[in-house]
Design a protein around this ligand. Structure first.
Ligand code: ZN
Ligand code: ZN
Length: 286
């Protein structure tokens, strides 16, 4: 039993980081660059969590950032709760406004990603991803026995549910808080932050999608960022974009000023995280 739980937890963290570091921050946002073997390491850990073709994943995700919480967003809860959870997965073709050859031109240069994309045939791409996922567990079964294989399989399915849950929970303003102003519904949700290796600080992520770091406050634990930072120390990451709270806070203040000038009342206001010391100084100054 101890072995089963250990394999499950280790596999969960590894595959989840495959998605957050590999599929998301590296391929979808190019938040950092690294040598190809390191890239493949994370991307294949993500692929083994049944996440589908990396090109398909990145196309959908880039579209989500481009058209966040509008009609064109591939999975906004504004367009239906169930559709934003799992409904969008049943699409057999890319939506008319999505073109992976344009939106993910960079990823088509890689022959492995091109192969996994199956020429844009989405059901075939998903089936291939499942076949690879099950094939990997078959190898684990042959080498280490059925318990290890089952624990790894369950961890893969648990990780598969993270982005699906995140798409809904972190775009429902009543379930979290905003640090930075914006027109979308994205919020930070603490327990998603922990389960999703730092991706639950989703309002921060929408404020700066290209940043390798997502957790901005001391309580916003961001394991993916800690791993990227460690890889950077060991020269396994050659470049990374890192946004700071101060930069995002300033941009947020400017956005609020523009909104106020145009008489627009924002639907969701960011929380005030100014320290007591600074608040007192502000009161004294006014
Ligand atoms: Zn989002
Ligand atoms: Zn993103």
């Amino acid at each position: 039993m101890v072995e089963f739980i250990t394999v499950f937890l280790v596999s969960y963290v590894l595959h989840a980081c495959g998605i957050t570091i590999g599929y998301h921050r590296l391929l979808s946002h190019r938040a950092f660059t690294c040598p190809k073997p390191v890239e493949y390491f994370w991307v294949f850990l993500g692929l083994l969590a049944f996440e589908g073709s990396p090109i398909w994943w990145a196309t959908i995700h880039r579209a989500h950032h481009r058209w966040t919480d509008t009609e064109k967003d591939p999975h906004s809860p504004r367009n239906g709760l169930m559709y934003s959870f799992t409904g969008w997965l049943s699409e057999k073709e890319y939506l008319p406004h999505l073109d992976p050859h344009t939106q993910c031109k960079d990823l088509f240069k890689d022959p492995i990603y091109r192969f996994l994309e199956c020429g844009g045939n989405l059901p075939m791409g998903h089936a291939l991803s499942f076949a690879i996922g099950f094939g990997f567990r078959g190898i684990l079964w042959a080498l280490f026995g059925w318990q290890v294989a089952l624990a790894s399989l369950l961890a893969g399915f648990a990780v598969l549910s993270i982005p699906l849950m995140l798409n809904v929970i972190c775009h429902l303003p009543s379930l979290g808080y905003k640090l930075y102003a914006g027109d979308d519904d994205s919020v930070n949700v603490w327990w998603v932050g922990i389960l999703a290796m730092g991706e639950g600080w989703h309002n921060n992520h929408h404020a700066s999608p290209g940043s390798a770091r997502t957790g901005m406050m001391p309580w916003e634990f961001d394991l993916s960022w800690l791993i990227i930072k460690t890889m950077h120390k060991f020269k396994l990451v050659t470049r990374m974009n890192v946004a700071t709270h101060y930069q995002l806070y300033r941009a947020s203040m400017k956005r609020q000023l523009v909104q106020a000038r145009s008489g627009k009342v924002p639907k969701h206001r960011p929380i005030d995280v100014t320290s007591r010391k600074r608040k007192r100084a502000r009161v004294r100054a006014s």
